[in-house]
Design a protein around this ligand. Structure first.
Ligand code: GDP
Length: 615
């Protein structure tokens, strides 16, 4: 017969208050030890909450309070003094609960009792160069690996999906490419446990392969290499191995630590082995979570759906998410009205490591936003509001990333690793710089070269710098105006150098806390040469269009051709039509002459800068 007694919420019997077995006259069992005899008090604590903290029935606590001549119901709040007396009576110590700023919930360190932890699925992102087969691989895994017999078996695109191998799930983030990964990292989300780096066996290491390696390394994510397109006649897996080994990814079958799998995403060969390898690496990573706690995680994807309103795919990193839970996601909040898994099936509970589509948000969050469930429906709206106010303020006062000047200061408060992204015109300069920088030893600090690359600074460099809190060191390379703007808006520092030793001096000085720049060169604008006029005795006048900022008569200039600096000097004449002018703004034509340089060509870029005092 079902138990129809009204349900009273009871904690597991820590107190051992089971009725003594009447049929045996054994002495009552000794109370098991309660490990933490501390009550964390907060001003809103009710009698019932106090009794729960004391692991006592609420009636006992009420009785104890009656002895103190205090009549209270279980929903009434308790004064601190009374709570302390009651706690002492039960042999507990009372401490004030440390008020954490819940609006910064992603910074809260979640510590679970090890006995509550169970294995959770690995979360995998597939990265690699364009056309190397990322989408094909994701499709192949998705279509062929859906749990056998699953009704329909067609996955919905929700931004992530799970496959089961040997009874254990693996979660794949379903957005190939780096933009999503970088964007999420920039928002502080550490979603991925393992990066599967897809490299086409007939093409080898390409620029985005290197980028993917940089990202994975900077975020300290485990890497598995999948050498793809093994079915192709031109496949050269050994070449790929050599190229990756040269980049520091030593294949396991060459005695290294990086697992290499050989696959054909198109034909579906080698995929089982790849999945086994993922599970092997996942085992080594000992990925654990506590399914009994409230869910925390990150938003993988979000959209505004016509019929359903804002919908977000949430990847749960710890805890379980249930229908009815109230939560904050980024600057939005909500209550889980319904959840769907990657098969479009409605579910009531989602476990750690799973990705679920959540319906019931008040607005659309962003990919990478942190997600957390709270006990109290009243707080989530406030938290979301507070976060949104803060984001507004931050957006309006450009985010401050680390600069070289600040490094020493920050080093004193814990930031000990100076992270650099190095861009130069030749591989030789990079190697020379890398070689010299390794010789800089300043106790208590270290340098991490997050990435190096030949050629102009790109948006990707800036987002990597943002995500990794790195500084970009540029030797004689162009940063296009839009890239500089992005860097400015994100607060990423780009430092331009012509010679290696100057950069080394600055870095060493910064590490020793001696960097004391009074003046710094600041780019103020750039112009593109549209036509040139050579006038004998005078020289070459470049007819230019100012493409960004302002060009001033007293500017210092750098002349770029095909992304490389070819001359540095000063402007000798700046004209609008026939008139000498002090400055020309973006969108206007002008005539520029450069002192001691006449070999100007159409499409050259003139970058103007001024020495400005740095405060
Ligand atoms: P992505 O840009 O990395 O997502 O690459 P895609 O998955 O779109 O693949 C690019 C092209 O390579 C497509 O035409 C695929 O059919 C092809 N491709 C992908 N994997 C393989 C493979 O294992 N073998 C062969 N022969 N072609 C492949």
């Amino acid at each position: 017969m079902p138990n129809n007694r009204p349900y009273t919420k009871k904690k597991p019997s820590f107190s051992g208050k089971k009725p003594v077995n009447k049929h045996h006259s054994q002495p009552p069992k000794k109370e098991p030890e309660i490990i933490d005899k501390t009550v964390y008090y907060r001003p809103t604590m009710t009698v019932l909450e106090l009794s729960e903290a004391l692991h006592k029935p609420v009636s006992e606590v009420i009785k104890k309070m009656m002895f103190m001549k205090i009549m209270a119901s279980q929903t009434q709040t308790v004064d601190r003094e009374i709570a302390e007396l009651v706690s002492m009576d039960f042999g507990f110590e009372l401490k004030d609960e440390v008020q954490t700023d819940l609006s910064k919930f992603e910074e809260i360190d979640i510590v679970d009792d090890p006995s509550t932890l169970v294995e959770r699925p690995a979360v995998v992102t597939i990265m690699g160069h364009v056309d190397h087969g990322k989408t094909t691989l994701l499709d192949n895994i998705r279509h062929s690996r859906i749990v056998d017999g699953e009704a329909g078996g067609i996955t919905q695109h929700i931004g992530a999906y799970q496959v089961i191998r040997h009874g254990r799930p693996i979660t794949f983030i379903d957005t190939p490419g780096h933009a999503a990964f970088t964007e999420m990292r920039a928002r502080g989300a550490r979603i991925t446990d393992i990066v599967v780096l897809v490299v086409a066996a007939d093409d080898g290491v390409m620029p985005q392969t290197k980028e993917a390696i940089d990202h994975a390394r900077a975020s300290k994510t485990a890497i598995i290499v999948a050498v793809n397109k093994m079915d192709k006649i031109g496949a050269q897996p050994d070449r790929v191995k050599q190229e990756l080994a040269d980049l520091g990814l030593m294949p396991d079958d060459w005695g290294g630590e990086i697992p290499f799998c050989y696959i054909s995403a198109l034909k579906g060969t080698g995929i089982d082995n790849l999945l086994d390898t993922i599970q092997l690496v996942a085992e080594l990573l000992e990925l654990k979570a506590n399914p009994k706690r409230n869910a925390v995680g990150s938003v993988v994807e979000a959209k505004l759906d016509k019929g359903r309103g804002p919908v977000a795919t949430v990847l749960i990193s710890n805890g379980s998410l249930r229908v009815g839970d109230v939560f904050v996601a980024g600057n939005t909040f909500g209550k889980v009205r319904a959840m769907n898994d990657d098969l479009g099936k409605a579910i009531d509970v989602a476990l750690p490591g799973a990705a679920v589509e959540v319906i019931g948000l008040d607005a659309t969050p962003f990919a990478g936003d942190p997600f957390m469930v709270f006990d109290d429906a009243k707080v989530v709206k406030d938290i979301a509001q507070k976060r949104s106010d803060r984001s507004f303020k931050e957006e309006h006062s450009a985010k401050k990333m680390i600069t070289l000047e600040e490094f020493f200061e920050r080093a004193e408060s814990g930031v000990k690793e100076l992270r650099l992204i190095i861009k130069a015109d030749t591989q030789g300069s990079i190697e020379a710089f890398r070689g010299s920088i390794e010789k800089i030893v300043v106790e208590g600090t270290s340098i991490d070269i997050v990435r190096t690359g030949v050629g102009a600074i790109t948006e990707t460099d800036v987002s990597l710098a943002e995500a990794s809190d790195a500084i970009i060191i540029a030797f004689d390379v162009l940063a296009p105006a839009n890239v500089r703007d992005t860097a400015d808006s994100k607060g990423v520092e780009i430092r331009d150098y012509r010679v290696i030793y100057e950069a080394l001096d600055d870095i060493e000085a910064a590490m020793k806390g001696m960097l004391d720049p009074v003046f710094e060169k600041q780019t103020i604008g750039s112009a593109t040469v549209r036509e040139t006029f050579s006038i004998s005795k005078i020289g070459t006048i470049a007819g230019c269009m100012v493409t960004s900022g302002t060009i001033k008569k007293d500017s210092l200039v750098k002349l770029f051709r095909n992304g490389k600096v070819i001359f540095e000097g000063k402007i000798s004449s700046l004209k609008r039509f026939k008139d000498d002018v002090k400055e020309v703004r973006q969108g206007y034509d002008c005539g520029i002459m450069i002192e001691n340089y006449n070999d100007l060509k159409v499409d050259d870029v003139i970058e103007a800068s001024l020495m400005k005092e740095v405060v």
